[in-house]
Design a protein around this ligand. Structure first.
Ligand code: SF4
Length: 342
């Protein structure tokens, strides 16, 4: 049994099937695992009268977890390197806000989507993470490092909708109120535009979940150049899937647009973007491009960024100019993977 990949209800079912025991022991173990670093059943009060059961549970528990092998911080942002059981590694970014912490998790080692503006995309896909390897990142940040984690964003390495089943199971575990208790409205799944995955997500009918989409261009030619996924699902197909997506009242789509100097930062691009966003319940985040290693692209000039932003504001677009923190430790958007030696 691996507690990192089980909801409480699933653990309870295992207890009933394996040991013919119920909620008393399962709840104590689950609570201990998600609130304390030590969850040896033999040391839990609930198991005091059943040492044999404690031993059996201990034997059945999978205790190997991804290990933090490197930690770097800059401007409050901390980047962690996790070593997985098979020797591969992923990065996780911890971003403290005023009263809580956001964890940016990885869901794959590398990524198959090949976006040109992204460091992870250069690695190709090595493999997808399991649900337990995803949850382990949040568990370690909260329990081993002591951060008050409140939000989780799937914006690290990998395309979440390319690892659909594991990501969905990880969300079920993350939101379990007996465990990490991170509500769906505090979880963001970010996609490059996998329309097949967006439709599968829509079918789950989780209207509180936050969905982010990396747009980066509002014309098919530029977008297909930057993001090969656009050849499979063009902008019109993407927009239709987003219009059909069920959202709770007050929830909006988060559209991410990385502004790249000379590529997608003209006023005409902003006009096209405003037209594309019309009719979508969306908030737009503009992020100035962080050039990656040997990048063929440049950051936008402050003037062009300002012009671009202003053109959107004039068209009444709900837009925020976001500063991407952590560039110095390569923890900013699109930079993960640079430190990984595969
Ligand atoms: S931007 Fe996201 S989807 Fe695109 S290559 Fe990078 S990790 Fe993959």
């Amino acid at each position: 049994m691996n507690l990192l990949e089980l909801t409480y209800a699933q653990l309870l079912a295992q207890f009933q099937r394996r040991y013919a025991r119920g909620a008393f022991h399962a709840a104590a173990l689950y609570r201990a695992f998600y609130t304390q670093t030590d969850c040896d059943p033999a040391r839990l009060q609930a198991f005091a009268a059943s040492p044999e059961l404690a031993q059996r549970v201990r034997d059945d528990l999978e205790t190997q977890r991804p290990r933090i092998v490197d930690r770097r911080s800059q401007e409050d942002v901390t980047k962690l390197l996790f070593r997985l059981a098979d020797g591969l590694a992923v990065e996780t970014v911890v971003v403290p806000m005023t009263h809580h912490t956001t964890v940016c998790v990885s869901c794959q080692v590398g990524c198959a989507m090949g976006c040109r503006l992204c460091e992870t995309g250069r690695m190709g896909l090595r493999r997808s993470l399991t649900a337990s390897e995803i949850v382990a990142q949040v568990h370690a940040v909260k329990l081993d490092l002591g951060f008050p984690v409140r939000n989780v964003v799937f914006m690290g390495m990998g395309e979440p909708l390319d690892n659909f089943d594991a990501v969905i199971q990880a969300i079920r575990v993350l939101e379990d109120q007996r465990g990490l208790s991170i509500a769906k409205r505090r979880i963001t799944v970010s996609t490059c535009g996998r329309v097949d995955g967006i439709r599968r997500l829509a079918a789950l009918d989780w209207p509180q979940l936050k969905l982010a989409v990396s747009l980066n261009a509002a014309d098919d030619e530029t977008r297909a150049f930057l993001m090969p996924i656009n050849r499979r699902f063009d902008l019109a197909t993407l927009k239709q899937a987003l219009q059909d997506y069920p959202l709770a009242r007050g929830n909006v789509l988060l559209m991410e647009y990385v502004v790249i100097g000379g590529v997608n930062d003209r006023v005409a691009d902003a006009q096209r973007l405003a037209t594309y966003l019309a009719g979508l319940p969306a908030r737009l985040n503009l992020i100035a491009y962080n050039p990656r290693r040997e990048s063929p692209f440049a950051a936008p000039s402050p003037e062009s960024l300002q012009r671009f932003h202003q053109a959107l504001v004039e068209r009444k677009i709900f837009v925020r100019l976001r500063r991407s923190k952590g560039a110095g430790i390569r923890a900013a958007c699109g930079q993960l993977g640079a430190a990984i030696n595969l």
